[in-house]
Design a protein around this ligand. Structure first.
Ligand code: ADP
Ligand code: MG
Length: 289
């Protein structure tokens, strides 16, 4: 399922207190991308992603939004079905947990979206969702989510979203507040989910290294508009982005410094490609010397 926004705008409030949070956004996110959304606080990232699963509705004359076969601007759009295909994990999802057991928390979305599902089927689905986020079913199903660690709570929250088998998984700042090890585990989990469960990941992040390392494409939001879009390599090379105060991935910073010193490393900004290209350059220089 692709996501396509055409001249999408959004205004909070009305009259003198109104605020234009999105201004003529044009963006296509293709199926299969690991898509990063970056930008300063208040630039419209959350407002944009909440449109994709219909939490915020497109107002009349404020553009068009299509997600696969769903036309979100159509009054007849089946938003319930859309939400089972487009899962949303909010910032600090651990605060959204509420049920008495891990099982009930994860099963909640299923009961809501697939009320006709039989008890046994529900059990299988919850088990599968738990194991895909790395939580042992027998060990954790009857535990209170409030007794888990921060990282485990986040996994429960994600299991509660992927249990309906969405095609698109949207995450708002999922690595915020995690320590380096937690971040590494969580990043690995996202890649596992992407290879086994969901087709597309859309992720809001403040972490430029995370974006360069993991995202296939990036869009940069600024004051409700998109100022750059493309691969991390294309985006971080743009002057507007370099001057935006968002910061740069370490690999981008280092390649820029090396370039000034006359060493051109043409890498995709992932650490592994950076190291490979540096090694090649050193080898070539050694051969020439
Ligand atoms: P981001 O996720 O990039 O930090 P948001 O999409 O949350 O940005 O917000 C974009 C702008 O809209 C901000 O200026 C914010 O203050 C404003 N805004 C967000 N939510 C509301 C709301 N419920 N009512 C009024 N203004 C809002
Ligand atoms: Mg936000």
């Amino acid at each position: 399922m692709f996501v396509k926004a055409e001249n999408l705008s959004y205004v909070y409030g009305s009259g003198r207190l109104s605020f234009r949070a999105l201004n003529n956004i044009n963006l296509q996110i293709d199926e299969g991308e690991f898509y990063g959304i970056i930008g300063h606080t208040g630039s419209g990232k959350s407002t944009f992603i909440q449109h994709i699963n219909g939490l915020i509705k497109v107002e009349k004359n404020y553009g068009k939004l299509t997600v696969g076969e769903f036309d979100l601007t159509d009054k007849k759009c089946d938003f319930k079905k859309l939400r089972s295909k487009v899962g949303m994990v909010f910032q600090y999802p651990e605060y959204q947990l509420f049920a008495e057991t891990v099982f009930d928390d994860i099963a909640f979305g299923l009961k809501n979206f697939c009320p006709e599902m039989k008890e046994e089927e529900r059990l299988v689905a919850v088990k599968e969702a738990m194991e895909s986020v790395g939580l042992n079913y027998e060990k954790y199903k009857d535990v209170s989510p409030f007794d888990l660690s921060g990282g485990q709570k986040r996994r429960v929250a994600i299991a509660g979203v992927i249990v309906t088998k969405p095609e698109v998984l949207i995450l708002d700042e999922p690595v915020a507040g995690l320590d380096p090890e937690g971040k590494r585990d969580f990043t690995a989990l996202l890649h596992t989910l992407k290879s086994k469960f969901v087709k597309t990941i859309i992720i809001v992040s403040h972490d430029m290294d995370f974006v360069a390392e993991n995202c296939t494409k990036v869009a940069v939001f600024s004051h409700g508009e998109i100022i750059a879009e493309g691969t991390p390599k294309q985006v971080f090379a743009k002057e507007e982005v370099q001057n935006s105060g968002l910061g740069l991935p370490l690999t981008s910073f280092v390649t820029d410094q090396l370039k000034e010193a006359g060493i051109d490393i043409d890498c995709d900004l992932t650490t592994s490609d950076f190291i490979e290209k540096v090694a090649e350059t050193l080898q070539e220089r050694g051969d020439r010397a």
